[in-house]
Structure formats: structure tokens, C-alpha cells
Design a protein around this ligand. Structure first.
Ligand code: ADP
Length: 179
């Protein structure tokens, strides 16, 4: 689904974050060392090739909520933005750390004049953040940043499961539709 707010397209799709060829920057749910790993990081590093890890390791380690930017290497995207989400129950306050991820990623994208960005559902896999709460944090953070955007025209959320897609779809309608 897609909704237009302030001239920015807010989208959610069911799919693979590493297969978004029409997007300039994709976001990685990274680990602190910015190494390959599993889940989102595994899919991104597999598609990008070994040069991505070589570029990333010197940029780390990063702390929960932080974000760094790299090239896309063999991905169809020009950039990867690597965020370390909070481990639920551990990196407190989790909502603040998760919000920082989205805000820092958007700020890096704006700094690099990027027009389109795609996010996975950071922290909702191995890091255990409940999808409903994580979605509320992600969308309210993006909502609060919309008035300041100068370059971004597309913000896409890429969800791996049908359930996660449906959570995003209903919350986007709720939070972004004009009342
Ligand atoms: P974290 O460690 O931040 O929890 P994960 O990579 O374990 O990150 O998972 C984050 C979310 O991304 C989970 O909801 C998971 O189902 C989903 N996911 C896993 N692989 C992909 C992929 N290739 N594209 C998009 N989402 C994915």
C-alpha cells in the first residue's frame, strides 16, 4: 500500500529488503560489529558481496540507536544505512533507542541528498521487539520528521511476513491518513 503525505510517499510492501532495485538507500538491521550475521544483515551482505563487510567493519562498533552509511556494492542500491536496533528487554529504554535508529537513518539519508529509502522492521527478529510496538515507534518517528524532509520523496517499509505487513498497513492508515 501507498499513501502520500506532504509530497512524500509512505509505502509498505511484503518482500525482501535486498530486492528493492528502485530505492537509493536500504537500511540494514545490523549487529554492533557491522558483520555479516543472519536475518536482514545476512540477506544484505549476501547480495552486496564481501566488499560490503570490508567497508563496514572499520565503521564499527556502533551502539544501539546509532546508524552509519556505506556504499551498496553489488546491491542495486547506491547506499546501505546500517542501524543497530535495541535488544528488547536489554537496551533500555527500547522505544527511545529504536526511535533513534529511524531518526538517525533519515538524517543520514537527508545529509546525502537521498530521495528514497527502504526500512526493514528493525529489532523485531532476533532482537525480540514485539511487532505492534516496534511499528508504532517506527511510524511515529517518521511522522514527526516529515515536515523537515528536503530530499526524501519515498519512505518504504519492507516486511518479511504477511502478519507484519498487515500490522504496518493498518497502522500507516491510522497514523498517516488525513483526518
Ligand atoms: P534484528 O536483529 O534487528 O531483530 P533481524 O534481521 O533478526 O533483525 O529481523 C528484523 C526483521 O526483519 C524481522 O521481522 C525479520 O522477519 C525480517 N527479515 C528477515 N529477513 C528479511 C529480509 N531479507 N527482508 C526484509 N525483512 C527481513
Amino acid at each position: 500500500m501507498q499513501i502520500k503525505v506532504n509530497n512524500v510517499s509512505i509505502e509498505c510492501v511484503k518482500g525482501d529488503i535486498a530486492s528493492q532495485p528502485d530505492i537509493t538507500a536500504i537500511v540494514n538491521a545490523a549487529n554492533a560489529q557491522l558483520r555479516r550475521g543472519g536475518g536482514v544483515a545476512g540477506a544484505i551482505h549476501r547480495a552486496a558481496g564481501p566488499e560490503l563487510e570490508k567497508e563496514c567493519i572499520p565503521l564499527g562498533p556502533i551502539k544501539p540507536g546509532e546508524a552509519v552509511i556505506s556504499g551498496g556494492h553489488n546491491l542495486p542500491n547506491d547506499f546501505d544505512i546500517h542501524c543497530l536496533g535495541p535488544v528488547y528487554g536489554n537496551d533500555k529504554p527500547e522505544d527511545k533507542r529504536l526511535s533513534d535508529c529511524y531518526r538517525n537513518a533519515i538524517e543520514l539519508a537527508e545529509k546525502h541528498h537521498i530521495e528514497s529509502i527502504a526500512f526493514p522492521a528493525i529489532s523485531t527478529g532476533v532482537f525480540g521487539y514485539p511487532i505492534e510496538d516496534a511499528t508504532t515507534v517506527a511510524l511515529s518517528t517518521i511522522h514527526s520528521l516529515l515536515p523537515d524532509l528536503k530530499h526524501l520523496k519515498t519512505i518504504r517499509f519492507v516486511l518479511f511476513s504477511q502478519n507484519d505487513y498487515e500490522v504496518y498497513e493498518s497502522k500507516i492508515k491510522l497514523m498517516f491518513s488525513k483526518k
